[in-house]
Ligand binder design. Structure first.
Ligand SMILES: *Cc1c(COP(=O)(O)O)cnc(C)c1O
Length: 364
C-alpha cells in the first residue's frame, strides 16, 4: 500500500437504511445498540503485509472454527467518537492518539502493528461516508470501534500470521442511563484486572473478560461500576473496568493513579490533566490507597471523585461500597470541579471553545 494517505476502496451498501428510518433510530440511540450501514476493513498477512483496504456493507464475519482469535484471544480494540460541530461539520477527537495506542496494544499482544496513518484514514473515511449518522443532540455522538483479530487458521500457540482490522460505527447517547448523575462503584477486593508484566496497559478484549465477574458482583451489590485495586498489595486504586479515575481534594488539587503498566493510558485522562493545568489546577499522578480514599472522604479532605473515558466522558462517583469499605463522596452528587472539567472537555469536542491544543481532527 502506498505511503501517501491511504485510500479505501468503496463499495456502497446496496440497501442502506432510509433517511426516515435513520432519523427515527437517532431519536434515542442508547449505547452500542444501533450500527451504521458500512464498515472499514484491512487485511494483513505475513507475506503481503497490509492490503485490501476497503469500506463496504457492514456484514457478518465468517470464521473457520480453528481461527486463532477464538482460542488464544489475540484481539485488541479502540474507542473514539465523531462529533457534530455547530456549523454542521464533523470532527474526530485526537484520533492520532488512538492510532498510537492501537499500535502499542498490538505490540503487547504480538500482533501486526497497523500503520498510524492507515488507522486514522480508516476512521476518517468511514465517518465521512456515514456523516448523516452523527446525532446532533448535546451529549450524543457517533462512536467508532476499530478492532483487530488474529485470523490464521491453526491451533498451535504462537502469534498469528494473519489479521483482520475493522472499524464499525454506532450512534450513541449517554453511556449511563442516569445521564450526568453520580454513580456508585464497587471495590473489588477478590478479583484483579491487571498484574505487573501483564496486559493492563493494552486495550484488549481479554482485560474486559477478566473484569466481568467483578462487574457482575458489583451489579448484584447495587453498584454501577467496579473499581480495581492493584494485584500485588490489593491496596492501591487503579481504575474502573473501562474508565480511569480522578480524585479532587478540598484544596482544589487533583490526583490520578500513575501509568505504571497496569492501567490503561486513557486519552480522556490525558486530556483532562492538560485542561486542569490550563485552568491553573495542580494535578498529581501519584498512587492513592483505598483506605486513604475512605479516610479522606470521611474527613472532608477529599471533595469529589470522577471516572473518565471516551464512552462515558466524565462521570461523578457519588458512593463507594465494598466488603470492607463504604463511604459517600462530598454530597454524593456531581461536584463542581468535576462538572467544570467535563464542560471544558465537551466545549472543545463540540467546537464551542478554542481548540488550542489542536485536538480536533475535522473530517467532513
Ligand atoms: C478505553 C479504556 C479507558 C479510557 O480510555 P479513553 O482513551 O479515555 O477512552 C480506561 N480504562 C480502560 C480499561 C479502557 O479500556
Amino acid at each position: 500500500m502506498s505511503q501517501d494517505t491511504p485510500e479505501f476502496l468503496l463499495e456502497r451498501h446496496p440497501n442502506p437504511v432510509t433517511p426516515a428510518e435513520r432519523e427515527r433510530l437517532l431519536q434515542d440511540p442508547g449505547f452500542g445498540r444501533i450500527f451504521t450501514d458500512h464498515m472499514a476493513t484491512v487485511r494483513y498477512s505475513a507475506d503481503r503485509g497490509w492490503h485490501d483496504a476497503r469500506i463496504g456493507a457492514r456484514a457478518d464475519l465468517s470464521l473457520n472454527p480453528s481461527t486463532l482469535v477464538l482460542h488464544y484471544a489475540q484481539e485488541i480494540f479502540e474507542g473514539l467518537k465523531a462529533y457534530r460541530l455547530p456549523d454542521g461539520s464533523a470532527t474526530l477527537f485526537r484520533p492520532e492518539a488512538n492510532a498510537r495506542r492501537f499500535r502499542n496494544s498490538a505490540a503487547r499482544l504480538a500482533m501486526a502493528e497497523l500503520p498510524e496513518d492507515l488507522f486514522v484514514a480508516s476512521v476518517e473515511q468511514l465517518v465521512r461516508l456515514e456523516r448523516d449518522w452523527i446525532p446532533s443532540a448535546d451529549g450524543a455522538s457517533l462512536y467508532l470501534r476499530p478492532f483487530m483479530i488474529a485470523t490464521e487458521v491453526a491451533l498451535g500457540t504462537k502469534p498469528s500470521t494473519d489479521y483482520l482490522y475493522a472499524v464499525i460505527a454506532s450512534p450513541v447517547g449517554a453511556y449511563f442511563k442516569g445521564g450526568g448523575s453520580a454513580v456508585t462503584i464497587w471495590v473489588s477486593d477478590n478479583y484483579t484486572r491487571a498484574a505487573p508484566g501483564g496486559t493492563g496497559a493494552a486495550k484488549c478484549g481479554g482485560n474486559y473478560a477478566a473484569s466481568l465477574q467483578a462487574q457482575a458482583e458489583g451489579a448484584r451489590e447495587g453498584c454501577d461500576q467496579v473499581v480495581f485495586l492493584d494485584a500485588v498489595e490489593r491496596r492501591w486504586v487503579e481504575e474502573l473496568g473501562g474508565m480511569n479515575v480522578f480524585f479532587v481534594f478540598a484544596d482544589g488539587s487533583l490526583q490520578t493513579p500513575p501509568l505504571t503498566g497496569t492501567i490503561l493510558p486513557g486519552i480522556t485522562r490525558d486530556s483532562l490533566i492538560t485542561l486542569a493545568r490550563d485552568l491553573g489546577m495542580t494535578v498529581r499522578e501519584e498512587p492513592y490507597s483505598i483506605d486513604q480514599w475512605q479516610a479522606d472522604a470521611q474527613s472532608g479532605k477529599l471533595a469529589e471523585a470522577f471516572a473518565c473515558g471516551t464512552a462515558a466522558v466524565v462521570t461523578p462517583i457519588g458512593q463507594v461500597k465494598g466488603r470492607k469499605h463504604g463511604f459517600t463522596i462530598g454530597s454524593g452528587g456531581a461536584g463542581e470541579v468535576t462538572l467544570r472539567l467535563k464542560a471544558a472537555l465537551q466545549d472543545i469536542q463540540r467546537g464551542r471553545s478554542d481548540d488550542k491544543h489542536g485536538w480536533l481532527h475535522k473530517v467532513a
